[in-house]
Design a protein around this ligand. Sequence first.
Ligand SMILES: Cc1cc2nc3c(=O)[nH]c(=O)nc-3n(C[C@H](O)[C@H](O)[C@H](O)COP(=O)(O)O)c2cc1C
Length: 189
Amino acid sequence: MGCIMDVIECMYKRRSIRKYSDKHLEDEILLTLIKAATAAPTACNSKPWEYIIVTDKEIKSEIKKKLYFAQYDAPAMIVVCGNMKLAMSGPVRDYWIQDCSAAIENILLAATSMGLGSLCIGLHPVESSARPLYKILDLPNEVIPLGVVYLGYPAEEKEPRTQFDEKHVYWQKYESRKHRARKKNSKYL
Ligand SMILES: Cc1cc2nc3c(=O)[nH]c(=O)nc-3n(C[C@H](O)[C@H](O)[C@H](O)COP(=O)(O)O)c2cc1C
């Protein structure tokens, strides 16, 4: 499958899509997304990630029921997990979070480049979101679900954008001149 979209254009185009058409996602497409995920950088090449593709209606609905802020219907979900038996030990153990986060972003960008809509939902470290997935997905204790990506053909359109703000940028060293607290009434979605 050819992707002609420029990478930066694709990054701007990636938006959180919360409305999907019912159109089925082929297994081949889902596997292409996992291939993109597993091209991400990973500390010491440890590859602590594991992916659970969920297309079964019942299982999707069980997951959705437990995620208060994810009340959307998507044809497919990919649950991205870190396996602590594969992660490194010692002070670098938590790099699994960066590895899996990079993998998630790769899924989102690959999906965008293929004309799909996607939404990233956070699980770990929010106990009340991650915990219910152990039972639903038969996860062993050493596997930690970091996030779930909702996927499907989009049924809403959003403007491409960057959220560039020079206030977030420092040159050479940090300065204490800039925003120090979250703005009141700032938008979550
Ligand atoms: C770690 C993480 C957790 C998120 N959790 C949710 C969520 O529970 N529900 C939701 O609708 N969106 C969730 N989002 C999506 C954000 O709301 C979205 O990325 C943000 O509003 C910026 O919009 P954009 O993705 O369209 O650029 C999450 C994003 C991240 C990175």
